[in-house]
Design a protein around this ligand. Sequence first.
Ligand code: ARE
Ligand code: CA
Length: 589
Amino acid sequence: MLREAIYHVCDEPYAFPIGNHQLKIRLQAKKLDICDCYLFHGDRYESNKDKEEKIQLQRVAWDENFDYFEGVIYSVTKRIKYRFNLVGNDKSELWYGENGVSETLDKAGVFQFPYISEQDMFAIPDWASKAVVYQILPDRFCNGDRSNDPEDIVSWEEKPTTDSFYGGDLKGIVDKLDYLEELGINLIYLTPIFTSPSNHKYDTIDYFNVDPHFGDLDVAKELVMKAHQRGIHVILDATFHHCSEQFFAFKDVMTNGEASRYKDWFYINSFPIVQSPCPNYATFGFLGGMPKLKTHNKEVRDYLIHIGRYWIEEIGIDGWRIDVANEIDHEFWRLFRKEIKSIKPESLIIGEIWHNAGAWLRGEQFDGITNYKFREAVHSFFAKGNICVSEFNSLLTKNRMTYSDQASRTMFNLLDSHDTERFLTDCAQFREVENEEYSIQVMKLAVLFQMTYNGIPIIYYGDEIGMKGTMDPDCRKPMIWDSQRQNHSILEFYKTLIAIRKRSKALTDGEFRTWIEDDKQGVYGFIRFTDTEHVGVVLNNSNEASVVNARVDWCDGNNIITDLISGREYLIDKDVLFELPPYSFLLLV
Ligand code: ARE
Ligand code: CA
């Protein structure tokens, strides 16, 4: 056994409670080095080793270097100590505890999880893992009220620039609720809607009002109420990291300089305020128009947390997507969460973070994040086709193993967003797809994957009808409503997969296991399962037909599995032969 590769700490994401008496344990070791991973555990105060219980951990995932083993300790007293007993493929046996890896149990010592406190448990809203999100840029979705249009709007068909306005608004979203309900989504995420001079509205002037071009508070209430009537939740974008230079407090500082009572609401290096060529205060990126707010100033903190409450209490929204979430202090988010969850325990808080975000996902800040790591993996594998199956599997494993189960279940898994190029565009650019039809099939594979993977699928408006677009601003073209210009094959595909996901607890809350990794043929398979339900997915991400021979050892009792899409049945007789045309898949139950 390679001792140096054996790793565990008694902390997230290697040890985390998943229930009041259940502690999930994860151990990392060199790939294919350990054949049996046992764990002995008992009450911290019990000195008799014979009273320890033994469980076997399962190999649940792997990447290019490591295997990951997991198991759950059930503890009546909730005061836990444990040690690992590892048996290598070379037949050697080792103990592993707080003191390290050793031949003897005493030298290894024990790990201690002193107490499972209910208060510290990472609780996500029940509905969250069942959510399918639809992201909307209000200016670009639907113009439901011509009377509120900005003066200088451009035609719906025109190509967007960084400052074009199209006249879309909240009434337009109300008008399209039938469409969204039919698509099957049950959570709408709106990019900022508060008063702001820009088309994207990430530079807020007034956090307590809807931008007049989008409507008013009444339309916002109407939208939330009508969405709720259809079982659709609504979350908004909170830009608390920075505001607009026209935000009242910053204007005051610009006018009154050092004498302003708001000077400590920002990070100002010197007075008077200088905006160009280089701002003398902290900003978003290097943009003088977006001054950074001092969120650890109690006044600012109270002000922003009040906004967090206001939209939930007054308008009825169901939570927040937080802009530039990782450039704001943790303490702010702890207080924010406490306050928000105290008024609406079932609300959802998603941080916009593009990278590993373990520090925000311990149950006291966010419920999930925008999972751009998922996007990277999916783009490389499907759209660009520049990584093989096992590399794809490794990226996914690393992403999951960074987090607790709760956080993984609440990731916003995106194919693209208003900050990236659209999936189909990437597909056409990078993959040597011979024809448009192949691009669409590849996109369907990616959608299938998104809808059957751990975490919350999020659809960027227009993807479902095959919209294309390069980087911002091109990815923000107005929604296409002309039925003739919509891709109905993609749309129907989304509807089918969303419906399948929503019906299946295995897909929303189940465990994930890699099942088939065939680099040569480009075939990937995995299963999602609960105690009572199993779903198997096999997909061929290559432009050639593939045949795989796979052992189906996951469908308890039954000897027939059925492909949900074609209805074709497979008799399980040891190994099963799956034939997959280019860019095709099977969804097996
Ligand atoms: C505008 C123009 C752009 C232009 C830019 C700079 O549209 O074409 O390049 O100005 O002059 C909002 C608007 C944007 C606008 C921007 C500034 O939506 O259209 O750009 O304001 O006015 C990082 C941050 C992440 C951030 C992205 C964009 O970590 O928080 O950059 N995303 C949020 C929103 C944006 C929003 C803002 C923040 C600002 O989702 O829409 O922009 O409120 C790597 C890094 C990431 C980085 C990512 C993307 O992976 O690791 O940290 O994200 O790339 O750059
Ligand atoms: Ca309008």
